[in-house]
Design a protein around this ligand. Structure first.
Ligand code: AMP
Ligand code: MG
Length: 401
C-alpha cells in the first residue's frame, strides 16, 4: 500500500491537486490574437455603448407627435448616413430626415418610421403610420462608460472579443498559456506510420492528449515515447520538468510489474494521491517531479481522455480562476441500461438524440476502455453516481464531450 491518499473521489482528488498549482504569468495581446485566452484583468468600458443616439432602421427620422393623424406628409430636409461626418441636420415640425441604420439621430427628432412604411415623392415623404420611438437606440442603453462587463478569469469567446472592441480596447491582458509536456510510456508503443511488429500497437494517447491540452487553451509539447524502464523514465521526467509547467504521462500507473511511473513517483518523486473513484479511469496519480505538477494518466486511451476531462481540465481552469472552456452537462433519459458501481462514478460513452420528450442517451457499442472508437463516436459520458440507478428510463446527467 502506498503512503498517500488512495482510491479517493474526484472531488477529493481535485482538492489535493489544487494545492499544487503551476505558476501563471500574464501578457498583453492585441484583441485579434486573444480569442480563446483567459482574461487577466477586469475590463471597464471606455465609452458609452452606443456612443450616441442612433437609428436601428433605414427610414425617416422625425418628431413624434401624439396628436397627428396618418397618413402624414412631411418635407424631407436631408439625409443621415451611418458616418461620423454628417453636418448635423435639424428637423423641425413638419420635417423629416432620411436616415440609415446606425446613423446619429438628427437634433429635433425622436422617432423613426422604417422605409417600407413610407411613400416618397420628390422632397416629400408620406408616413403611412406613426413613427416609432423604439427604433431609436439610445446612448449608453447597452453599456455605460466605466461599467465593468468582463472580469478576470473569463474565457474570451468570440462575442467577448467583440465586446472588448466595442468598449474601445485594442489589446487586453491575458494569462500566458501553460506549456504542458506529454510523455507516453510503454515498450509496445510505435508511432503511427511505422510498421507494427507482433505485440506492438500504435501510440495514440499523446496525440489525443495534445488535442485536449489545446482545447483547454494551453500549449502541448509531445515528448518521444519512453520505454518501460526506471532510467529512461527518470531522464524523460527530468527533461520535461526543466521545460514544462505541467507534465502528463500516460501508462504505467496500474498494479502491473512494469508500471514504472507509479514506482518512480513513489520512490523518487512526490506522490500526492493514487487512484480515483471513476470507471473507466481509476488508476491516475498526481504529484510533483522536481516541483513540477505531474498527472500520471492511465494507458488505456479512453481512460486517459476521461481523466483529462474529469480532473486535468478542471485543474487547469482552477489555476486561472477561469470560467471556460466550458464543460456542459445535459439531463438525458437512458435508452440502454448502464450498470452503476457502489463506489465509482460510471462514465459510459453515449450518443445523444434530441426528441420531443427530451434528450435520449443511447449506448450503442462495445465499451472497453481500450476502445477509442467508442469515444470518437460518442457525444457524451454518463455521470452515473455511485449506486445511482442506470436502468432504462432513468434520467441522468451526461457530460457533453
Ligand atoms: P498501462 O497502463 O501502461 O498498463 O497501459 C494500459 C493499456 O493501454 C495497455 O493495453 C497499453 O498497451 C495501452 N496504452 C498505453 N499507453 C498507450 C498509448 N500511449 N497509446 C495507446 N495505447 C496505450
Ligand atoms: Mg504500460
Amino acid at each position: 500500500m502506498v503512503d498517500c491518499p488512495y482510491f479517493i473521489t474526484v472531488e477529493e482528488a481535485m482538492a489535493i491537486c489544487c494545492k499544487t498549482l503551476p505558476d501563471v504569468g500574464t501578457e498583453d495581446l492585441p484583441i485579434w490574437e486573444a480569442t480563446g485566452r483567459i482574461l487577466a484583468e477586469d475590463i471597464a468600458s471606455k465609452v458609452d455603448d452606443p456612443p450616441f443616439d442612433n437609428s436601428s432602421m433605414d427610414g425617416f427620422a422625425c418628431q413624434f407627435n401624439p396628436d397627428a393623424t396618418y397618413p402624414l406628409t412631411l418635407t424631407i430636409v436631408g439625409i443621415h448616413a451611418a458616418t461620423g461626418s454628417n453636418d448635423p441636420l435639424t428637423a423641425n415640425t413638419g420635417e423629416a430626415v432620411r436616415i440609415m441604420t446606425g446613423a446619429p439621430m438628427p437634433p429635433g427628432t425622436n422617432a423613426i418610421l422604417p422605409i417600407e412604411r413610407c411613400q416618397i415623392e420628390q422632397d416629400k415623404v408620406t408616413l403611412l403610420e406613426a413613427p416609432k420611438p423604439h427604433f431609436v437606440r439610445h446612448q449608453g442603453e447597452n453599456l455605460r462608460q466605466g461599467q465593468i462587463t468582463l472580469k478576470r478569469g473569463q474565457h474570451l469567446t468570440p462575442s467577448r472579443i467583440g465586446l472588448c472592441a466595442t468598449m474601445g480596447y485594442a489589446k487586453v491582458r491575458v494569462y500566458r498559456r501553460l506549456t504542458v509536456g506529454i510523455i507516453s510510456t510503454g515498450d509496445e508503443l510505435k508511432s503511427p506510420g511505422e510498421v507494427l511488429a507482433h505485440g506492438e500497437i500504435y501510440e495514440s494517447n499523446s496525440y489525443g492528449l495534445a488535442g485536449l491540452v489545446k482545447w483547454a487553451g494551453h500549449t502541448p509539447v509531445r515528448f518521444p515515447s519512453v520505454a518501460d524502464s526506471m532510467a529512461s523514465l527518470r531522464a524523460a521526467l527530468d527533461n520535461a520538468s526543466a521545460t514544462c509547467d505541467v507534465i502528463l504521462t500516460s501508462g504505467g500507473v496500474s498494479m502491473g510489474e512494469f508500471d514504472y511511473v507509479r514506482r518512480l513517483m513513489e520512490e523518487e518523486g512526490d506522490l500526492h494521491f493514487w487512484r480515483m473513484k471513476i470507471r473507466p479511469g481509476s488508476p491516475p496519480l498526481f504529484g510533483t517531479w522536481s516541483s513540477t505538477p505531474l498527472f500520471g494518466l492511465p494507458g488505456n486511451p479512453v481512460s486517459s481522455h476521461v481523466v483529462f476531462r474529469m480532473l486535468v481540465a478542471p485543474y487547469l481552469r482552477h489555476a486561472f480562476g477561469a470560467d471556460g472552456p466550458k464543460e456542459w452537462t445535459v439531463r438525458a433519459k437512458l435508452c440502454d441500461p448502464v450498470k452503476s458501481t457502489k463506489d465509482c462514478v460510471t462514465l459510459r460513452r453515449v450518443t445523444l438524440v434530441s426528441t420531443d420528450d427530451g434528450m435520449m442517451a443511447h449506448q450503442p457499442r462495445h465499451q472497453g476502455s481500450g476502445n477509442i472508437e467508442s469515444l470518437a463516436s460518442a457525444h457524451g459520458l454518463t455521470l452515473l453516481q455511485p449506486g445511482q440507478s442506470g436502468e432504462v428510463g432513468a434520467w441522468i446527467d451526461v457530460l457533453v464531450l
